[in-house]
Design a protein around this ligand. Sequence first.
Ligand code: BTN
Length: 253
Amino acid sequence: MSKESNVCQVGKVRKHYAELRSTNDTALLLLRQEKPPEGLVITTDFQQAGRGQMQNNWHSDAGQNILMSTILYPTFLPLSKAFYLNKCVSLALVQVLAEVADLEAEVKWPNDIYVNSQKIAGILIQNTLQGDRLISTVVGIGLNVNQTRFNADLTRATSLSLLKSKTFDRAEVLAALSRALTQRYQEMKNNQEILDREYHRLLYRRGVWSTYLDEKQDLFQGMIEGIDPDGKLKMLIKSGESRSFAHSEIKFI
Ligand code: BTN
């Protein structure tokens, strides 16, 4: 088999729906029914029940943004390295924002994309395991493109349009995102050091003392040092000790 045929091309095949509950739900359903080609992209103009991390909802006005999921089979990745998927997708998004809008984005661990301390994109990765092996992954991405008004509770939301004062061609942004995902997924197979280096470099609040809330609802001052191999956030506490946090154990204030 030639090397080319092993390259997963994200978005080579795409299914578009005018409306559905959630592109991640549709992708998971397809995975239960058949074996979709790797890199299949599902897009929609509107989600009735878009899902975010930690059981949150993801709201997006109809026809304004990118709402997509792609199906991957990262069977080569040990479960202990599953966080590389977050790195890969986060870096693809940062790359696209630079390419289509000349924006310098950062990664708010574990997988939000920020510009000027405001959230422009979110990622929801859902892995399917067999024992302790990854057999498939659904990567859901919500990228705010042309929406200019957000719910009052989303005080930190932004979009390409708000940042650049123009309307973007969603098809072009999606094409750039598919290319970037293809490239970063290839790097995840061949060159994980690049992903480590760039994710570290782009970490929001790295090296800066800031306020966080821990599991006991206590506020504390911490400085992000980096990411552990298992994807936990490594933080220096003012008292001098170093601690690592899982996503559910810490909140950025
Ligand atoms: C987050 O920041 O909490 C993650 C948001 C992920 C939203 C996207 S939109 C497309 C895909 N389908 C979903 O239901 N969620 C993801």
